[in-house]
Design a protein around this ligand. Sequence first.
Ligand code: PLP
Length: 458
Amino acid sequence: MVKACAHGDNEAQSIGLKVAVNALNEAALENWTLWLSGATSGLVARLLRCGSRSFSQACFECPALLKRSLQVTPDHIKETMTRLDHIPFMDLAAQRKRLGGVIDAAISKVLNHNQFILGPEVPALEQSLATYCGASQAISCANGTDALVLFLKAQGVGEENAVLCPSFTFAATAEAVALVGATVIFVDVDAHTFNIDVASLELGIETAQKIGMQPVGVISVDLFGQPCDYSPIENVCEKHGLWLLSDAAQSFGASYKGRKVGTIGIATTTSFFPAKPLGCYGDGGAIFTDDPDLPEVLRSLRMHGEGVDKYDNVRIGLNSRLDTIQAAILIEKLKIFDEEIDRRNAVAARYTSALADVAKTPVVPDGCLSVWAQYTLRVKAQERDRLASTLLANGIPTSIYYRKALHQQTAYRHFSIAGNGLPISETIANEVISIPMHAYLEADVQDRIVDAIRATLG
Ligand SMILES: Cc1ncc(COP(=O)(O)O)c(C=O)c1O
């Protein structure tokens, strides 16, 4: 029999209750009674994590006899509090549990065949990725940043060229342009989708011409997992003779008006960084293209620029291969990816219906499917820090992507910006806050997050 008594002031009750519930959960008993005094029913229901059936078994009494029947040490309390209270921002452990032994088996297979560099899993993954998104070819590489650099090198982008990209993105997008010696022209984003604003893109092209640079291409970014509004971007690129590279580091798996990410632009790059919707257990990346000539050049570039004869390098390249072990992991993760995307969308829909009246919730235009790399709210700038610290005190982590737009960051300040400024990028950098999002976020945990946000902002 498990006996527990939550008794004392509010904090003591709450701690006692958590310890008791933990003990009950660990004991995995079917029939039990929890004796409580004074704790609120909401807290009980949430802590029991088992819905109303078990909740109805709780008995609201506190017999003094049970007072000391649960023996706990301070360490036990601390450990229990941490375990029950801390909500992960993303839950790789839950995914690992869902995948079971297949990952171990896939890694073991590589450990046994010993082909760690470009082993058989690498082309197998490339084939699966291309089939998944409908691109003719997928070329894997070491990470999403290299994917961008490899593409720019394959296109021969260099010092005399300008490339346009949004300012409100992760540094890698512009970093790749700078690494090949080209000039970045930053453009603004749309206030609702956080993706490239087409009017600003037109202004950026004018800016490039004004400073005497030859604009050659646009790198669009599907921020937080949501595809850009591609039709108008494609029209602008066509009008000005620019190529379009889709930086889909955050959006692989998403789609735009029936077109899967990976098939948009002259090429698409992605990242398999562990936190990405399709992540491996280290670094990884890939480039997708339908172009008939790019794959051969990209495969050469990722191997130091090797030619047909491995020791006659025909171009200056990089060492940028995807490890065989990471490919083996991704093959298994790709099998459950669609199911995970559905779950992420269900989590996002629940957040949006529960929070739309207290914060600006993300807008997904009709015809777009997001993979929700992040679920990002916009709140008043003066409320953001208070929200983050209150949530943290409740065991709920948040992240700010991104606190500064790229054109405001030290290393990128010298690059030109479109038109007279990028007001939306600067404003949203002060207002965005991302909350826990992953495919394994359970409804009761999500309710806890929602309640805490509503209590702070409502
Ligand atoms: C928009 C964007 N581009 C490129 C990258 C670079 O990917 P990686 O970290 O795999 O180099 C990231 C990574 O977060 C990203 O978010």
